[in-house]
Design a protein around this ligand. Structure first.
Ligand code: SAM
Length: 296
C-alpha cells in the first residue's frame, strides 16, 4: 500500500483546514476502513469482546465503491485493493489533478474515475457502497444524500456528530440526527480516531460510523412529513410532546394541531421528544397526517 506521508509529499500540498483537508496518515486506521464493509466480524480498534451489542450483518457488494473527498489518495489506494471499481469525488483542483497522475494505471484499466467537483453538486454514479473520510463542513448534507440510496456506508465524522447519529432514546445525545439516521440505516460507531491520525490534525476527535441500510420497524406513508415532524418536535426539546405539537405548526404545516393532541395517546403526549422512540414518532406522525390537516 502507498505510504500516506509519501503521497502528501508527492502531491506537494499541506492540508488546508479551511477547506476541510485533514489527510489520514495512520496506516492502521487506513487499513481497517475497508474491512468494515465485510461481515460483522470485521476487526475494530477497541474490540472489547463483551458488552457490545451484536453488530448488524453486512457483506457489502464492493463492485463499485464511492469515495467522497479523495485528498491525496491514501484511502483511494486501499479501496482499489478491495473494490472492482472506485469513483472518487474531490473538489480541490490540485488534489484531483494529483489523483489522476498518481493513479493513472488504475484509470487506464477502467477501475478508477476521478470526478473533480463539489460532492453536493456533481452527479454521483450508481455505487454499491461508500467508504469516505468526509469533509466535516458538509458531512451532514453528504450523509443525507447518500443514506436514501440504501447502500452500506462507512464514514468518518467528528466524534460528537457520530455519537449523536447512533444515540438511543433517553440519552442526552439523542435527537433529530439520531431519528433521521436510524430511519434509513442501522448505525454503529465502530472506531474512534484520535486527532494525531490526521495531517494536519483536526480540532476534535473523530469516529467511524458504519451504516447498514434497513427498513425501519414502523410504517410511514409520507417520509418527508415524518422527518419534518421529528425536526419540529426537537426544536421544543424541553417541552412535552403535547406542547411541542401545538407550538410547531409553522414547521409541521399542520392546520389543526389541536386535533392531533385530542386524538393522541396521553402517555405519548406527556413525554419529551428525547424519550420518544422512532416508532413512537412514526405513530404520532401518522396520526398527524390523518387528523391534523397538513398543508404541505
Ligand atoms: C478529511 S479530507 C480526506 C482526504 C482523504 N480521503 C484522506 O482520508 O486522507 C476531505 C477531502 O474532501 C475534500 N472536499 C472538501 N469539501 C468537498 C466537497 N464539498 N466535495 C468534494 N470534496 C470535498 C477536501 O479537499 C479533502 O481532500
Amino acid at each position: 500500500m502507498r505510504d500516506p506521508d509519501g503521497l502528501i509529499a508527492r502531491a506537494g500540498v499541506r492540508g488546508d483546514p479551511d477547506r476541510d483537508q485533514h489527510f489520514l496518515v495512520d496506516d492502521r486506521v487506513l487499513d481497517r476502513l475497508p474491512t468494515y464493509l465485510e461481515d460483522g466480524e470485521a476487526p475494530r480498534a477497541s474490540d472489547t469482546a463483551s458488552g457490545d451489542p451484536p453488530r448488524a450483518e453486512i457483506d457489502a457488494d464492493t463492485s463499485h465503491v464511492l469515495e467522497i473527498g479523495g485528498g491525496t489518495g491514501a484511502l483511494t489506494d486501499r479501496l482499489l485493493a478491495v473494490a472492482d471499481e472506485v469513483t472518487v469525488v474531490e473538489r480541490d483542483r490540485t488534489l484531483a489533478g494529483f489523483l489522476r497522475e498518481e493513479f493513472a494505471d488504475a484509470i487506464d484499466e477502467g477501475r478508477l474515475t476521478v470526478i473533480e467537483g463539489d460532492a453536493l453538486e456533481v452527479d454521483l454514479p450508481e455505487f454499491t457502497a461508500s467508504v469516505s473520510n468526509l469533509p466535516y463542513g458538509v458531512s451532514s448534507e453528504i450523509t443525507f444524500q447518500l443514506l436514501p440510496e440504501e447502500r452500506p456506508l462507512v464514514l468518518m465524522f467528528q466524534q460528537e456528530f457520530a455519537e449523536r447519529m447512533v444515540a438511543d432514546p433517553g440519552t442526552s445525545e439523542y435527537g433529530r440526527l439520531s431519528v433521521s439516521t436510524q430511519h434509513y440505516a442501522e448505525p454503529e460507531l465502530v472506531e474512534t480516531v484520535p486527532k494525531e491520525a490526521f495531517s494536519p490534525p483536526p480540532a476534535v476527535e473523530s469516529a467511524v460510523v458504519r451504516l447498514v441500510p434497513r427498513d425501519p420497524d414502523y410504517e410511514i406513508d409520507d417520509e418527508e412529513f415524518f422527518l419534518r415532524f421529528v425536526k419540529a418536535l426537537f426544536t421544543q426539546r424541553r417541552k412535552t410532546v403535547r406542547n411541542g405539537i401545538r407550538n410547531t405548526a409553522h414547521i409541521t404545516s399542520l392546520e389543526d394541531p389541536d386535533a392531533v393532541v385530542d386524538a393522541a395517546d396521553e402517555a405519548l403526549l406527556r413525554k419529551r421528544p428525547d424519550a420518544m422512540t422512532p416508532a413512537e414518532f412514526a405513530q404520532l406522525a401518522t396520526l398527524a397526517i390523518e387528523v391534523g390537516e397538513p398543508t404541505a
